[in-house]
Design a binder for this molecule. Structure first.
Ligand SMILES: [Zn+2]
Length: 83
């Protein structure tokens, strides 16, 4: 199963947080285009969840300053099935 590493970035971004718009680089260069597209939603869900546990944070502050991984349990069901 894929664990993808995400890191905050203000320079470039593969994914933007749907809540605050913070950009993230995702280290998914070994994945196919289809796999990357399939991961966008679970990553967005994970970012949203970070706001849910830290609702009072300033814009961008809900997210870890350090790199973090989006674990398999956030993956789309079709990816889990394919694993
Ligand atoms: Zn956010």
């Amino acid at each position: 199963m894929h664990h993808v590493l995400c890191t905050r970035s203000n320079l470039g971004n593969d994914v933007r947080c749907p809540v605050c718009g913070q950009g993230f680089l995702v280290f998914w260069y070994r994945l196919s285009r289809d796999e990357q597209d399939a991961l966008r939603q679970p990553i967005a869900r994970a970012l949203r969840a970070q706001h849910a546990v830290n609702p009072a944070a300033a814009v961008g502050g809900a997210h870890p300053a350090e790199d973090f991984t989006v674990p398999h349990w956030t993956a789309a069901p079709e990816l889990v099935a394919a694993a």
